[in-house]
Design a protein around this ligand. Structure first.
Ligand code: NAP
Length: 290
């Protein structure tokens, strides 16, 4: 078993982005980060994205709105960033407080600045086979597979989860024609029957359900590549904070059968942030024609 080291791979990608931004003349690529409310995980994620931007030579503009911000207020901030010619990418951190409908909030983001890839136009383009911006988590997973020499063409891939953020775009991406695609993809969800029967025949298994340690050792084929997207908090009296973060995969027994496996943390998470940087640079290039 070898670890699919997302942290190292993300560091390499960020270095490549930084190398490119260092050679640019004129203004730097600029990413707007919009956070609404006090979700603790969102605070950590946005801080990580701002830090990565700095490392990559990308300017970040941070807006934090209060928990009771109206939908109109959020739309106003997004419209201002849409209209700002110096802003290349806009990220609205999810989840949003309950008074704000995330579909309605994402809709006005200009598709040319949709570096998170959640706008219906971005998702539609991906489904149609002409992607522009692909959601960062699935994009990062494909990049991690590519850079570790994992062949996807003809592979049986099983994706656990069908969210718009991870599972659905992951399935679309791996079934695209061409490099890093051409896989035969099965998507499982909460209404799927006998999930283990699917996972046991997967050459590549991607778990994105948000259920702690769901994938057990006997659910995985010998030699499979296992990607664990899940980030779940479980009680752990021995941990300083009283909880630990675990994935959707029961790591130890699955690692014994897998040929390659991502750790949690240090697997998919850092790749998500790195691909946001890559998407922002791509948006800058597209908008400036450089
Ligand atoms: P989500 O929107 O809650 O979607 C979960 C998906 O899993 C749904 O499609 C759901 O099925 C399916 N599911 C849930 N329980 C199931 C069960 N017992 N059996 C079969 N299917 C089940 O979650 P998400 O946003 O995709 O995130 C999934 C996990 O990835 C979470 O732990 C999240 O924190 C993590 N995540 C990590 C990153 C990263 O960068 N590392 C990024 C995004 C998300 P239905 O559709 O039928 O409800």
């Amino acid at each position: 078993m070898r670890l699919l080291d997302g942290k190292a791979c993300a560091a390499a990608i960020k270095q490549e982005v930084a190398g490119e931004t260092a050679r640019l003349s004129g203004r730097r690529p600029t990413l707007a980060l919009v956070r609404v409310g006090e979700d603790p995980a969102s605070k950590v994620y946005v801080a990580a994205k701002a830090k990565a931007s700095e490392e990559c030579g990308i300017e970040s503009r941070n807006v934090h709105l209060s928990d009771d911000a109206s939908e109109a207020r959020v739309l106003g901030v997004l419209t201002d960033f849409n209209n700002d010619p110096d802003v290349d990418g806009i990220l609205l951190q999810l989840p949003l407080p309950k008074q704000i409908d995330s579909d309605r909030a994402i809709a006005p983001i200009s598709p040319e600045k949709d570096v998170d890839g959640f706008h219906p136009e971005s998702l539609g383009r991906l489904a149609a086979g002409s992607p522009r911006f692909v959601p960062c988590t699935p994009l990062g997973i494909r990049e991690l597979l590519l850079r570790n020499g994992v062949e996807t063409a003809g592979a049986d891939v099983v994706v656990l989860g069908r969210s718009v953020i991870v599972g659905k775009p992951m399935a679309l991406l791996l079934s695209q024609k061409g490099r890093g695609g051409d896989a035969t993809v099965t998507v499982c969800h909460s209404r799927s029957r006998d999930i283990a029967a699917h996972t046991r025949r997967a050459d590549i298994l991607i778990a994105a359900m948000g259920v702690a340690r769901f994938v057990k050792g006997d659910m995985v084929k010998e030699g499979a590549v296992v990607v664990d997207v899940g980030i779940n908090r479980v009680d752990d009296a021995s941990a300083p904070k009283g909880y630990a973060l675990v994935g959707d995969v029961d790591f130890e027994p699955v690692a014994q059968r897998a040929s390659l496996i991502t750790p949690v943390p240090g697997g998919v998470g850092p790749m998500t942030v790195a691909m946001l940087m890559a998407n922002t640079l791509a948006a800058y290039k597209m908008r400036t024609g450089s």
